[in-house]
Design a binder for this molecule. Structure first.
Ligand code: HEM
Length: 383
């Protein structure tokens, strides 16, 4: 029976060449860090699946968004669980993709002939952050609303075209109904299509070129190791199951943080982005007045451009990280800065977000109405 089915399929689809392909041996000594890419892929699929269920009940309008999510959490069978998976899955995605990128850097896996795989990877990183930014507005609570107001202001500081970008992002002068539908469309249609297209290309390149394994002149490397199927696939599956287990526990026991419904008149609210944008938020505090653009535009743009150029900065052969002092130093400083800025951002005190009168708003040092500043962070109060 098995042979008959195999025969039937083999006459119609190239299963034999697929079989040879997936049984091709990978380099030896691949460890579990090489499962991070598969974990990222799993998370992308999990986000798409949970998001598809959320979209059945969610309503992207200021009048209904907040309540529809409340309804999902409290009334819909398994709604709170699915929402929890989607919420914590988003954070996991950022962590896993970041660790995957670090793995690629540490093992020198971006060098020729893998430059294009890396570039597509950087695009995927931006897409993942785009998912985070657009998704943050959808609950339409206070933090969602005001973080988007600040996000659009940051975009407006881009020289020359900034105003236009800010207006396109908001769909007008204010964050409102148009912004919400726009973000919803980007979050649920544009970005998923782009993400799955890029992942397809990424994986095609990975399979076509073959996995890098350890850097070449480590003594153990490069003899043929285990095949992708079944060995590596088994290890990937174990890593994915553990990750899924953690997410299930989080979704069951840690409620999704939600604030009051968005109040566009509450100018005293102290905005704060999701944790993975906190480093940027913290960075902005060090650049005031006319130097603001350095934090909002110059540093992020240079960092992203440099990230794209990473594979072209050195044409040397692949080496283990301890033999690459420059890469080791730059990577360590970057990672430590990101972590320190995030911790500083987490620890910076909140202004009183319950106050809502105009006079309290004045005292609170949050000046959203000025055109030149994203906002004044009230550094005097924090020091
Ligand atoms: C949604 C995001 C991503 C997904 C789903 C994904 C998926 C994968 C998978 C499944 C692999 C093969 C297994 C492995 O080596 O771990 C891989 C390899 C690779 N990825 Fe990604 N990736 C993503 C993001 C990134 C990012 C942000 C970068 C770097 C900027 C990157 C660069 C690479 C490179 C250079 C390889 C080849 C590694 C080698 O041959 O050893 N990827 N990716």
């Amino acid at each position: 029976m098995k042979e008959k089915i195999t025969e039937f399929l083999a006459e119609r689809i190239p299963i034999r060449s697929i079989e040879t392909h997936v049984k091709k041996p990978l380099p030896k000594h691949i460890n579990w860090l090489f499962s991070l890419g598969a974990m990222a892929l799993f998370l992308l699929i999990l986000q798409a699946a949970t998001g598809a269920f959320l979209a059945i009940y969610y309503s992207p309008s200021p009048d209904h968004a907040y309540n529809s999510l409340n309804y999902i959490s409290k009334e819909v069978p398994f709604g709170g669980f699915v929402r929890g998976l989607h919420h914590w899955g988003a954070s996991a995605m950022v962590i896993v993709v970041f660790l995957h990128l670090l793995r690629v850097v540490v093992y020198d896996s971006y060098k020729a002939p893998r430059e294009l795989t890396w570039i597509v990877g950087v695009l995927l990183l931006l897409v993942v952050l785009g998912f985070g930014f657009t998704g943050y507005l959808l609950p339409w609570d206070q933090k969602a609303y005001w973080a988007t107001v600040v996000g659009a202001k940051i975009a407006s500081t881009v020289p020359i075209i900034g105003d236009a970008i800010g207006r396109i992002m908001r769909g007008g002068e204010e964050v409102g109904a148009v912004t919400l539908t726009r973000f919803y469309a980007i979050h649920t249609i544009w970005l998923p299509w782009i993400a799955f297209g890029l992942v397809g290309l990424h994986l095609f390149l990975v399979r076509h070129i073959g996995s890098s394994g350890l850097p070449k002149n480590t003594p153990k490397d490069m003899d043929a190791g285990k095949p992708f199927y079944p060995d590596q696939l088994f290890e990937d599956s174990v890593a994915i199951l553990i990750l899924f287990g953690v997410l299930v526990v989080m979704a069951l026991f840690v409620p999704v943080p939600t604030e009051e419904i968005a109040d566009p008149t509450d100018a005293s609210y102290d905005p704060r982005p999701e944790w993975y944008f906190l480093f940027l938020f913290q960075l902005l505090k060090y650049f005031e007045g006319r130097f603001e653009v350095v934090g909002t535009f110059v540093i992020p743009t240079v960092a992203i451009l440099l990230l794209f150029l990473v594979p072209f900065l050195s044409r040397k052969e692949r080496l283990p990280i301890h033999k690459r002092p420059v890469a080791l130093t730059v990577t360590s400083i970057s990672v430590l800065s990101l972590i320190s800025l995030t911790i500083l951002g987490l620890r910076s005190p909140r202004l009183d977000s319950t106050a809502s009168t105009a006079s309290e708003a004045d005292q609170s040092k949050v000046h959203r109405s000025t055109d030149t500043e994203v906002f004044d962070f009230g550094l005097e109060e924090e020091n």
